[in-house]
Design a protein around this ligand. Structure first.
Ligand code: B12
Ligand code: SF4
Length: 479
């Protein structure tokens, strides 16, 4: 009998308004499997929409579990397949538990950036794998490892019978009996992967997620996310996306433009590129020229040192690029050096001026709790940010409290021994900082953060991401 699969974008434990977006990690991971199922090459039936709750907090947890239960019952789900980002492994764990209580025969599959980061922690493995809540966990390139897993599940085959070395990508597949299977170890050819199946997501909700793209009357434009290249070439010590953890790999210009054409034909008016640093795309000039043909708006994550000269910035502008998200972290060379940021105050100042003169808008991230930070570095950072908020260049200021990520140089010493389920730092003022709920250096106390918060509220309050922010808050969907 054909098995039925429900895809789950596992919810964060953060109840506050923050960044929202399409469930891209999951959509990338499932793209080849969905394509195969739709073309009759994989005997799996797909529940028409991804289960994608907004958060999993004290207030919402009951409703999330109830909604999941209803779908499992109504759709007669046999396989639950979840992607975890940031702090959603624990909610996934609970949701898997609820599903198995309803039907012990349900199979569960886990992957995603959060899993990629924590799977090596001994305590985590003990908890998750020994509990039998996870039947298969996949670390790394999810695409073809997942497809092979589903092929095996659809035929009730044992995973040990598969020829894992012929499976494309760099991935490891874990099972509760302790067996680990490695795939070919060869980087994926990103041009061979089907475009993400966005129809499985809640299109009416997610197309409104980027309120930095608006028409002249201020209406939010339908926006979709894309990636030109994966991974990151930099090595910032606090970041789980650095080059030691995520290998760089790019799509061809033609392949990217083909997807842009498709998205435009589907009615999208803006595209946000999720590449960790869009400016490192190997054939950037050619790509920007191609994008310029579409007459839609673009934005991306980037770094100031890749927006550092007039010619480049003009090329972005003529491509239709209107928005960049670049991190200042702190405007202080000692701090920037201490985290291996590979850019300095001078670069940030120069690039900010260029951005302002070319009338792009900017979202920026400030990070507190860093090695070498001081009252001086914090004050200078807040003053500089205020200047560019006031002159209209900066539209979003996202303030984060350094949170130890287990896979990173800064985090590994601190969290390698513990797998922690619930956020230790809930409530004010932690909830006013991105990732504020988790683990910080000891001096990052409520008093310490409150001082920073009060100064930033006074200097650029309405532009703080947790104040300004999305239509989720406006519609009462989150705090
Ligand atoms: C798009 C994006 C978002 C979107 C969508 C998130 C989502 N759940 O899909 C939005 C805007 C909502 C978002 C929000 C946040 N994000 Co975000 N986001 C990204 C971004 C830019 C791209 C993700 C992506 O699509 N990557 C491309 C795919 C191909 O790679 P991937 O995600 O690693 O997925 C692969 C594998 O993990 C695996 N896989 C993924 N899912 C699954 C599922 C299964 C079943 C299997 C088998 C495999 C598998 O296969 C995939 C393909 O190979 C990344 C940075 C980056 N450039 O990757 C940050 C990133 C994932 N975000 C991050 C963070 C911290 C956040 C926020 C906390 C930010 C904030 N303060 O608000 C929130 C929290 C989100 C939440 N859980 O609620 C961190 C995550 C850290 C971590 N290790 O988990 C990242 C890595 C950025 C960073 N360096 O800080 N984010
Ligand atoms: S902070 Fe940005 S540039 Fe630095 S490693 Fe992370 S993704 Fe790369």
């Amino acid at each position: 009998m054909t098995k039925k699969i429900l895809f789950v974008n596992a919810p964060s434990q953060d109840p506050s308004d923050r960044f929202f977006g399409w469930p891209t990690s999951l959509l990338y991971a499932i793209a080849p499997s969905v394509d195969a199922a739709r073309n009759g090459n994989l005997d799996i039936e797909i529940v028409p929409k991804i289960f994608d709750p907004i958060n999993y907090s004290a207030e919402s947890r009951e409703a999330v579990e109830r909604d999941l239960g209803r779908i499992i019952e109504k759709e007669k789900v046999n396989i639950l397949c979840a992607s975890a980002t940031y702090d959603s492994v624990y909610p996934t764990h609970i949701l898997f538990d609820r599903a198995k209580q309803m039907n012990p025969k349900i199979k569960t599959i886990l992957g995603g950036p959060h899993f990629d980061e924590v799977y090596r922690l001994p305590k985590f493995r003990e908890e998750v794998f020994s509990s039998s809540l996870v039947d298969v966990a996949i670390e790394g390139d999810g695409e073809f490892a997942l497809k092979s897993t589903l092929e095996a599940m659809s035929k009730d085959q044992d995973l040990s019978n598969l020829d894992w070395h012929s499976v494309l990508g760099i991935a490891e597949v874990y099972t509760p009996d302790g067996k680990v299977y490695s795939t070919s170890g060869q980087p994926l050819n990103l041009n061979d992967i089907p475009f993400i199946p966005i129809d499985l997501a809640d299109e009416s909700r997610h197309s409104m997620d980027y309120d930095v793209f608006t028409d002249k009357d201020g209406n939010i434009l339908n926006t979709i996310q894309m990636m030109a290249a994966r991974g990151c070439r930099y090595s910032c010590s606090y970041c789980s996306e650095n080059r030691n953890l995520a290998y760089p790999n790019a799509r061809s210009v033609d392949n990217i433009l083909e997807e842009v054409r498709l998205r435009k034909s589907q009615g999208f008016k803006a595209i946000f590129f999720d590449d960790s640093t869009f400016g490192t795309y190997p054939r950037l000039e050619e790509l920007l020229k191609g994008l310029g043909e579409f007459e839609i708006k673009f934005g991306s994550l980037n770094r100031f040192n890749h927006l550092g000269n007039q010619r480049t910035v003009e090329q972005y502008a003529s491509a239709g690029y209107v928005y960049a998200y670049c991190s200042i972290e702190q405007l202080d060379d000692l701090v920037l050096n201490g985290i291996g940021k590979a850019q300095n105050e001078k670069t940030i100042r120069k690039s900010m001026e260029l951005i302002r003169n070319n009338e792009f808008k900017l979202g920026t991230s400030l990070l507190f709790g860093l090695p070498n930070e001081s009252e001086r570095s914090i004050t200078r950072t807040l003053d500089f940010t205020e200047e560019f908020v006031k002159n209209g260049t900066i539209k979003i200021v996202s303030q984060s409290a350094l949170s130890y990520h287990p896979g990173t140089a800064l985090g590994e010493k601190v969290v390698s021994e513990g797998f922690v389920r619930t956020p230790p730092n809930q409530g004010y003022p932690f909830d006013r900082f991105e990732e504020g709920q988790w683990y910080h250096p000891p001096y990052v106390t409520p008093k310490y953060l409150e001082k920073i918060l009060k100064a930033s509220e006074q200097k650029f309050g309405p532009f703080l991401s947790r104040n300004r922010h999305s239509w989720y808050a406006k519609r009462g969907l989150v705090k």
